[in-house]
Design a protein around this ligand. Structure first.
Ligand SMILES: NC(=O)c1ccc[n+]([C@@H]2O[C@H](COP(=O)([O-])OP(=O)(O)OC[C@H]3O[C@@H](n4cnc5c(N)ncnc54)[C@H](O)[C@@H]3O)[C@@H](O)[C@H]2O)c1
Length: 408
């Protein structure tokens, strides 16, 4: 299989990481094993634009073992793990990804996946879907989307009447956002900040911008590690929720002077800007957990001060005589400075992905070209598989309870 990776010699290390993740993603393995005999993806080409991590290798290998031909590029220029890319390449998957792609190379890799003429496209962030629409790629029968920011872009395409094929919004499954966005990003964002900076969290003031699923997870984990957490929001219900969850809630301009660490979790652009940097104290750290690198105005920092790389993933800027530290260039800190979410939580997301891909493969001709939710059965099955894998048994509704709830 054609491809472009950093170094094929890393494949052995990648295989060990794949095995490590595979052993902790029992749900994906269960779905794979259940479908192996019928080979439901036989003859289908899948195009993936996903962060190339050990967990993604488990999804890609599962799809391949169900009969698919797979080509993959990275969902972020800085997130690919080169050992995993080498392992997948060795296994016959078309990998176009390496860590440290330029913006132009990143786009080029997406084009290479489209040139593979995929029938089903699985994206994280919507860049592959956007490129497919721009190129009007004919081969695509349907697709899936992994994250909030991608789903928003696709909803806009649908609203404009321009969506070319049906897409399942995997992000919107309860077994995705309640666990991946919240607990997965919560843990891995803190992991990324700690690996990058080695900062001591107890007593530090962490400012979390955005109290959606990602923000809730980051705020909870930061508080759990002893930080004093302030939340900023633009949506009143979510602000109220944060307040009643016991966090300080205020405007970012009021939080700016006292924050030690700022974490953006909004999916919006220009959240932390010039006027906020101006108020920050010496030594403040800035990290982003949102999908795109648009939440912290890194362009202003670069245009105002020459960056000094003080550690891998930490750049120092001098703004108004104060030092500000930008982590992972303002890109997703959990994937750039750490390894993304751990396998146990990605098992839920990728079980949804795999079942959604199987659903599209079977039903695409009956699906309208709109953004679809994950079928409820898939969502519930994933939760059941996950409980099974953890050895948790739950009660069933009794006949009397069924009668009681159904009666008026
Ligand atoms: N890093 C990761 O691994 C990871 C995982 C999942 C999702 N994401 C990404 O994280 C981002 C957030 O995802 P989510 O699922 O939490 O979305 P969400 O829509 O549930 O939450 C976003 C929140 O940010 C708030 N917000 C918007 N603009 C704001 C502003 N200027 N200031 C303060 N708050 C603001 C919104 O009101 C909303 O409550 C998206 O870009 C998503 O794609 C990243």
């Amino acid at each position: 299989m054609a491809g472009k990776i950093a170094d094929g010699k890393l494949a052995g290390r990648g295989r060990l990481s794949f095995e490590w993740a595979h052993s902790r993603m029992a749900i994906v393995e269960k779905i794979r094993a259940k479908n192996e005999r019928s080979q439901p993806l036989s003859g289908l080409r899948l195009g993936f634009c996903l962060h190339i991590t050990k967990e993604t290798s488990v999804l890609a290998m599962a799809a391949k073992s169900l009969g698919a031909d797979v080509a993959i590029c990275s969902a972020n220029p800085l997130s690919a793990q080169d050992d995993i890319a080498a392992f997948l390449h060795e296994k016959g998957i078309g990998v176009y990804a390496w860590r440290g792609e330029t913006k132009a190379e990143y786009q080029q890799c997406i084009k290479r996946v489209l040139a593979f003429r995929p029938a089903i496209v699985t994206d994280d962030g919507g860049d592959l879907h956007a490129a497919a629409h721009k190129a009007r790629t004919k081969s695509i029968l349907g697709g899936t989307e992994e994250t909030t920011s991608g789903v928003k872009r696709l909803a806009a395409l649908e609203k404009a009447g321009r969506l070319m094929y049906p897409i399942i919004a995997v992000n919107n499954a309860r077994t995705k956002y309640l666990f991946d966005n919240r607990h997965g990003t919560g843990q891995s964002t803190l992991d990324g900040i700690l690996r990058a900076t080695d900062v001591f969290l107890p007593g530090k003031r962490v400012v979390v911008c955005g109290y959606g699923w990602v923000g809730k997870g980051v705020a909870a984990r930061a508080r759990g590690m002893g930080a004093i957490v302030t939340v900023t929001e633009v949506e009143p219900v979510r602000a109220l929720e944060a307040k009643m969850d016991g966090f300080e809630v205020m405007m970012l301009s009021d939080a700016a002077p006292s924050g030690d660490i700022f974490v953006t979790c909004t999916g919006q652009t220009g959240v932390i800007r010039k006027e906020h940097f101006a108020k920050m104290k010496d030594g403040a750290m800035l990290a982003n957990a949102g999908h795109f690198d648009v939440e912290i105005d890194a362009g202003y920092l670069r245009g105002t001060s020459r960056p000094v790389q003080v550690r891998p993933h930490v750049e120092r800027f001098s703004i108004n005589g104060k030092k500000l530290f930008l982590l992972s260039k303002g890109r997703v800190v959990n994937l750039v400075a750490a390894e993304g979410h751990p396998p146990e939580v990605m098992a839920l997301s990728f079980a949804n992905q795999l079942l959604s891909i199987l659903h599209v493969a079977k039903n695409y001709s009956k699906m309208e070209p709109i953004v679809h939710g994950v079928p409820e059965k898939i969502d519930n099955d994933v939760a059941r598989y996950a409980l099974d894998a953890m050895g948790v048994r739950i009660d069933a509704v009794t006949k009397a309870q069924k009668h009681y709830q159904d009666s008026s």
